[in-house]
Write a protein that binds this ligand. Structure first.
Ligand code: NIG
Ligand code: FE
Length: 408
């Protein structure tokens, strides 16, 4: 048994509802708290001195000075397996060039596909681990990673194998998602419907066979896949046993509705979701994942996070870290900025990057500090939890624990 503490404050995020708005008063905050763990799990979170008395044999990890502890963060949507760099896209976009002009000059998703295809599996593993290490420093210990820059059997499998190899080299949990339906590749001869069938027939069975992912994503948008064909694709992927997530309503409305109809775990983006569809989404158990990093990267509106919560939906916030639309990769900065523009409470933001994000990944074993949960938590050298969002990402954790073990 290990006892870590005493902490000035422990914010457990325990006993909060999965859905809807939250007031900061509902947060459980334990002063002079301790966290008791065994075999990677939390046994108890309560007053440090009484835990010490009750469990005199526990090994004590003494915390010096003023520090707070909260659950480690979950980034439920990233594309951090890629080759190349798209800084020229960013510069061109800011110089007023259109999507088409950028694509014609060799940018856009296709440019990442070319660079990713040109990278070896080992290079991809290195790139993933480099970015994972950046995310750990922010206190993130669970990271979803999508394929989607390979776009044929060999290259998509290469990406997913790279994620699996990276997993073997890090204690952070990596959650792989097959996003072969990111875009119909330029070198595929056939319609987009035929490409979706190719994914179903050629890619997904191999993904299953090699146990490379149990989640399937699709980009439903005018420039990518159309609503009807996407719905058929998602129903079939579900029949094959995959969980579903959708890039929905990024530029035009309609696809979050499909995500709900197929029972997706999450509908992500939602910058263009109309009020009627917000209500439909909020009445479901599909998590609405806001991606402020993409809004900031593209200069697009933020997702309607406030309305989603007010209507009773489940809100999560993720980085969407990718080489094109969201190159920043700083979850707390983005979540804090979304909070100022959308008027989100501290409780709503912290829940959106912990247990509500974990729910989107079907990982209900984490995201709160309570008995039986995975002992992933982070500590900050500060005396008040409000300082985390107040500093908008510039206050970094001073320690990160995974399965009760200090990794940073
Ligand atoms: O989530 N919207 C589609 N896909 C990514 C962008 C990927 C890219 O531009 O490379 C996104 O924003
Ligand atoms: Fe994305």
């Amino acid at each position: 048994m290990n006892l870590t503490g005493p902490f000035t404050q422990i914010v457990t995020l325990n006993n909060l509802p999965l859905k809807g708005k939250l007031q900061d008063e509902s947060l459980e905050i334990i002063s002079n708290g301790g966290i008791l763990t065994e075999n990677g799990k939390i046994l108890e979170v309560s007053d440090f001195d009484s835990l010490k008395q009750q469990f005199p044999d526990s090994e004590i990890d003494f915390i010096k000075g003023e520090q707070i502890a909260i659950p480690a963060f979950v980034d439920a949507h990233t594309h951090i397996c890629f080759g190349g760099n798209r800084s020229n896209d960013f510069a061109m976009r800011n110089a007023g060039k259109t999507y088409l002009e950028i694509a014609e000059s060799g940018g856009g998703i296709w440019s990442s596909v070319k660079h990713t295809r040109a990278s070896s599996e080992e290079e991809l593993v290195e790139g993933i681990l480099k970015r994972v290490n950046q995310l750990i420093k922010q206190g993130i210990t669970t990271i979803e990673i999508k394929s989607g820059y390979g776009l044929n059997v060999e290259e998509e499998l290469k990406m997913l194998r790279a994620i699996k190899k990276a997993q073997a080299k890090t204690k952070v949990t990596l959650v792989p998602t097959c996003l072969s339906a990111h875009l119909k590749p330029k070198d595929f001869e056939g319609t987009s419907e035929e490409y979706l069938n190719y994914i179903l027939d050629e890619i997904l069975p191999k993904v299953k066979e090699e146990n490379l992912a149990n989640r399937v994503d699709i980009f439903i948008e005018k420039s990518a896949f159309q609503p009807e064909e996407s719905k058929v694709f998602l129903e079939k992927a579900k029949e094959l046993g995959f969980q579903i997530t959708v890039h929905a309503d990024q530029f035009s409305a309609g696809s979050s509705r499909i995500a709900v109809e197929v029972g997706a775990k999450s509908a992500d983006h939602l910058e263009a979701t109309i009020d009627e569809d917000i209500e439909f989404l909020a009445n479901s158990n599909t998590v609405a994942i806001a991606l402020p990093g993409a809004s900031l990267g593209l200069g697009e509106p933020f997702s309607p996070a406030r309305k989603i919560l007010d209507k009773g939906g489940i809100l999560a916030i993720a980085t969407d870290w990718n080489p094109g639309s969201a190159p920043m990769g700083n979850l707390v900065t983005q979540a804090s900025i979304l909070a100022t523009y959308q008027k989100l409470t501290t409780a709503e933001v912290l829940s959106a990057i912990t247990f509500r994000a974990a729910f989107a990944l079907d990982l209900e074993d984490r995201g709160i500090l309570a008995e039986g949960k995975k002992a992933d938590f982070i500590t900050y050298n500060t005396d008040n939890f409000q300082n985390i969002l107040y500093h908008q990402g510039s206050l970094l954790p001073n320690q990160v624990y995974i399965n009760g073990e200090k990794v940073l």
